[in-house]
Each structure stands twice: as C-alpha cells, then as structure tokens.
Design a protein around this ligand. Structure first.
Ligand SMILES: Cc1ncc(C[n+]2csc(CCOP(=O)(O)OP(=O)(O)O)c2C)c(N)n1
Ligand SMILES: [Mg+2]
Length: 614
C-alpha cells in the first residue's frame, strides 16, 4: 500500500491557465516505527527525483514549511508530510490548523495504530475508552478539509483521488489527512495499472452570476465613498495586475489585509495600506466612512474588520468576491462567487467609464499624504532608544527590496510590519496571520525558499517564537538553503505583555525572568538568551546589531553569505507603535483591581462601536 502511495503522488498535477504544476513536490518527514518500514521503505525504493524526501526536526515545522511553499506557489503545489504514530502524528495538528485556516493545501500522512489491532496497545497508542475505532489521529478531523483512515490497502483507490481533488480545489483546500495504520502500510493491495497514470486537476476560472454582478455594479456606481479590501485571494488568483488596472481606471482606493499585502504596491496612487486592527490611519479612516466596501478574496477576520467596528457608515453595504461561497456572503454582502481574477475583469467591463466621485479622490490623496508623514515619524529615531522595532522593519524593508521576501506570523511584529512595510513587489511580504502560529517563521522560510529558490528570504520573528521553534535551521543547513533570520529580542512575550497591561492588568507571566524566590512569581532577574550563539551551534552564521546602522551592515553582510545567517537585535518592549483601531479582547467584569475595572468600563463603551450586518 505504501509503495502504491509513493508511486501515485508524483503523478498528480494541477493545471491553471494552461500551465501544469506538480501537485505534490516531495515528502517531508520524521520516521518512527509507525512509518519507517512502511511509507519510509516505499519512499526509499520508489521516491526518486520526482518525490524527494526532506528530513524535518519537528513535525509541526514540516507542515509549516509545506504550507509556506503552497502559499508561495499560489496553491498550485504543496508537499506531503509523513509521521510516525502518536506524538509524531499529533505534532502535525497545529500545522493542519495553519493550513486549513489559511486555506492552503497540505497532505498529511500520520502513521496510525494497527488496523488488525492484534499487538495493541502498540507503543504510543492512546486507548480511547468505549471504542477501539478511535486513535489520536481522529484529532485531525476538525482541522482537515478531508480525512480518511486507510484500513484496507484498496481504500487508497477511493481516498487518494478525493484527497487530491480537495487539495487542488481553491474553495475547499486546506489540510488533507490520510491516516495510515502501520500494518496496512506494509500490506499487499491490488491496484489497476491506470491508477498510476498521470492525473491533472484543473483550476478553473469561473465567472460570477449576472444578477449579483448587476447589483454590485449598481451599488458601486451610486457609491460616494467606496473602498476595496484586498485579501489573500487576490494573490492566489494571480489577480494583482488586474486589480491595479481596475483601481487605476476607477480611482477606487485599495487597502490590504495581512494575506493581501502586496496585492497593490505602495507606489500605486490608490494604495492606502493596511486595514483594520493593524491598519494605517489612512485606510482605517476610509473604512470608517465607506458606504460601499468591495471585499476581494478575504475571509473578513476580526483583524480586518476591527472586530466588526471598522465599518460604521449607517448604510454601508458590502460586495464580496470569493471562490468560497460562505466568504462571499459574510456581512450580508452581495455575493460574487467565482474566480477573483475573472470577476474583477467582469467588474472592470461593467464599470467602464465610471470613476469614484472627485471629492473622494481628493480625500484619498489627503489621507495618503498624511499617513506618509505619520509613517516617517514612526520609523524615525526615538530619543534614548538605540533601536526600535519600527526601525528594524524600515531597514529590513530596504534590504529586502523587490527581489526578497519577508515572512512573519506572530508576536508584535505582524501589527507593526502590516502598517509600516512598503510593498515593492507582489511577492515581498508573506504573512501567516490566519492562525498566527508562533514557530511558523523559520520553518516557513524554508518552504518559501524551496518554492522560489531565486528569492532572498528573511524570517522575521520575536525571541518567544524563536524559543518555541527554531530547529529547522539545521534542516536549512542540510539542504544548503540560504536564509536570513532576524530575531527581535525584547526579553519576553512582548505583545501579550502589552495587551495585559493595556487592559489594566499587572505584569504577570509574560517576561523571561527568573523566579524571584520559592513563593515568588517570575519577577526576578531577566534570563539573557544568546540567540547568536544558539544559532551558531546549529550551523548558522550569527551577527548582532544594536543600531540601525549596524543592522544595515549586518543585512548587507547577510546578502553576501551563503547558508543561514541569523541577525540578533535587541529592542525595548515598551516602545510601541500607536494603533488606529480597536480589537475585541474581553476584560474581566469582576476584577477588584481599579486598573482592570477602568479597562472594563472602556471595553463596555468600545463594544458600542460594533456593527453587525445581515
Ligand atoms: C503557538 C502559539 N502559542 C501562543 C500564541 C499566543 N501568542 C501570541 S504572540 C505571543 C508572544 C510572542 O512573543 P515573541 O515571539 O517574543 O514576540 P513579541 O510579542 O515579543 O513581539 C504569544 C504567546 C501564539 N500566537 N502561537
Ligand atoms: Mg519577544
């Protein structure tokens, strides 16, 4: 059965716009008794160049790498991930969450307990009371778009085609899990020869229906203050050029979600930057006043809608273009279900000759200019502070240029970089902010590099995220991948510490400090971690930078060097950028602390800003 799987996977292709791409570009794995003599053996015998094997150091990380690869390839290719049973398998569940939340394909092949049950409980089997039919792999069900357990070898014949269909479908894609009982992997199955013939899954570009299109066009033509929100779907549909032309022809302003960053470049006159909780003052002002919001390929998460407080025009209407029918109907939108690129072309034709009102154009220009000035003050030197995170972003933006890609996911970085980063290319910004999973950054950087070997990739992460998962540095060294890793050391879970204190709470449990005494809290001396030494020990070159000038030099040096280069920078945790919006994080209604009580009163007032559209 495992041999059949290894022979099937390299024959799967995906076609879009007449171009074919390999769907499964290799297998990431860590072997254990649950896969080494089954699928591992099959890969050794049948894997070859069409199905290379990459050895990970942590199962969660290998899923991150596959997911980042898929994002880089606009969902037109991914990897399979093989694990042993038990802990190796469940380590992949977080990665499955990342894939499914972000609608990115990945094929997960966890080993599973014996289908014949004879030797059980096998090492690493969790015995589920009341049923012998449940294993830990059932935990993958809610985080997978398709899930199956291959209890007999011939079940591959029906499971694999469906697994591939879901992976290749832009509306349905996400994690696909095929649990592989370790005995069945090694069993003989009968498979017809044509099962192993080349299969091509076509990504079609369906247009939206005429009626909702007409309704959307009528809304836009009447709009006084329309706004476009560009999400990740613009990238996946390869619609950035079409969007730029539509914005130019109509004067529509375009703001971007995290996944949509780069959908319009900052040099475009219609670009007003990031929107929502981590948005720019310009985009958020336009969003507050917008009477028609055209949502493109976005799932309208709370960071985009500022927890449903960002759109406050009393008669605001939404139009949503999405391949996913549920996303197209959020916020009571006029649903334009179809391929984003095709629907934008439809909209462009239907809106020919129409432009946003002149007063709106003036307003957009004014807000853009004001934001440029504000941004300049945010990245300027701060008195008494050698290096701020904003300055790190500015230097990184410069060094990265249009040919590089920065990747980030968690901590305080996403909020700051979403606002400050100037997109110089559609591909220079890779954000995982659907699951915002600490540990994605370095592993994901490997995925980008594998997906786009010509790009310089910058993994950008906090000290907390680095401590959680940095060991794929070793894998990058093994694979000879050039990566730059920039670690921002602020001695703790800085953004959560800020959230805690900003909500009236006292400092508690977020800094990297020693326990002050046996009964005391974590309030003693800071724990100093030497990230440079740590990275060196794993085979990276390490540099340190204390000022913007030193960082510029280090980034230039990193570009000259091969392999993994880590740059450690220190920034103060309490120097933070201002926000231009609100995020719904509930504050205790019963705390006795005056600070928390005041924060709760402010929270109750803020809740009144929320609007719900049906
Ligand atoms: C896997 C995971 N666990 C927990 C969280 C919650 N969380 C979000 S940010 C954060 C702190 C991150 O610390 P660090 O990487 O140092 O970034 P900083 O906040 O200091 O900028 C935590 C714990 C998360 N996003 N992902
Ligand atoms: Mg930190």
């Amino acid at each position: 059965m495992a041999a059949a799987l290894a022979r099937f996977l390299p024959q799967q292709f995906i076609r879009r716009d007449g171009v074919e791409h390999r769907l499964i570009n290799g297998v990431w794995g860590i072997f254990g008794h649950g896969n080494v003599t089954g699928f591992g053996q099959a890969l050794e015998e049948y894997g070859g160049r069409a199905l290379p094997y990459l050895q990970a150091k942590n199962e969660q990380a290998m899923v991150h790498a596959a997911v980042a690869f898929a994002k880089t390839r606009q969902r037109l290719g991914t990897f399979a991930c093989t694990s042993s049973i038990g802990p190796g398998a469940t380590n992949m569940i977080t990665g499955a969450g990342v894939a499914t939340v972000n609608r990115l394909p990945v094929l997960l092949l966890p080993g599973d307990i014996f289908a014949n049950r004879r030797p059980g409980p096998v090492l690493q089997q969790l015995e589920y009371p009341g049923s012998h039919d449940v294993s830990v792999n059932d935990c993958f069900r809610p985080v997978s778009k398709f899930w199956d357990r291959i209890n007999r070898p011939e079940q591959l014949l029906t499971a694999l085609p469906e697994a591939m269909r879901v992976l290749a479908d832009p509306a349905e894609t996400g994690a696909v899990t095929l649990a592989l009982p370790e005995d069945v992997q090694a069993e003989t199955g009968l498979y017809p020869a044509n099962f192993f013939e080349k299969r091509v899954y076509t990504v079609e570009r369906p247009p939206c229906a005429a009626e909702p299109l007409a309704a959307a066009v009528a809304l836009l033509r009447r709009a006084r203050r329309p706004l476009v929100i560009a999400g990740g779907g613009v990238h996946y549909s390869d619609a950035t050029a079409v969007l730029a032309r539509l914005a130019e022809a109509t004067g529509l302003p375009v703001c971007v979600t995290q996944a949509g960053k780069g959908a319009v470049l900052d040099s475009h006159p219609g670009c007003v930057g990031a929107v929502g909780v981590t948005g720019t003052a310009a985009a958020n002002a336009l969003a507050l006043e917008a009477d028609v919001v055209l949502c493109l390929g976005t799932r309208l998460g709370d960071f985009t809608t500022a927890s449903k407080s960002q759109f406050r025009h009393p008669r605001v209407r939404f139009i949503a273009v999405n391949i996913h029918p549920a996303d197209a109907r959020k916020h009571g939108a006029v649903p334009l279900v179809g391929d984003l690129c095709t629907v934008l072309l439809q909209l462009g034709r239907a809106l020919a000759g129409w432009q946003v009102p002149a007063a709106h154009t003036v307003r957009i220009r004014k807000l853009r200019t004001a934001w440029d000035a504000t941004r300049a003050t945010l990245v300027a030197p701060q008195r008494g502070v050698p290096l701020t995170q904003a300055q790190v972003i500015e230097e990184l933006n410069r060094a990265c240029g249009p040919a590089g890609t920065v990747i980030h996911a968690s901590g305080g970085i996403p909020g700051d970089i979403h606002k400050l980063w100037r997109s110089q290319a559609t591909t220079d910004y890779h954000s995982e902010y659907g699951y915002s999973c600490m540990g994605y950054e370095i592993a994901g950087a490997l995925g980008i590099k594998l997906g786009a070997p010509d790009r310089r990739v910058y993994a950008f992460l906090g000290d907390g995220s680095y401590l959680m998962l940095h060991t794929e540095i070793v894998t990058a060294v093994q694979e000879g991948l050039d990566l730059t890793v920039v670690v921002v050391d602020n001695h703790g879970f800085g953004c959560i510490h800020g959230l805690q204190r900003g909500s009236g709470g006292r400092s508690f449990g977020n800094e990297f400090r020693r326990r002050a005494g046996p009964q005391a809290r974590l309030e003693g001396r800071p724990v100093a971690v030497d990230f440079a030494k740590n990275a060196e020990s794993l085979g990276a070159t390490a540099l340190r930078a204390r000022t913007p000038d030193e960082l510029r030099d280090a980034l230039a040096e990193a570009q000259m060097r091969r392999g993994v280069v880590l740059i450690a920078v220190e920034t103060p945790a309490d120097v933070r950028l201002p926000g231009y919006s609100w995020w719904d994080v509930p504050v205790s209604a019963t705390s006795a602390l005056p600070g928390v009580r005041a924060a709760r009163r402010a929270y109750d007032r803020a809740l009144k800003k929320q609007r719900f559209y049906y």
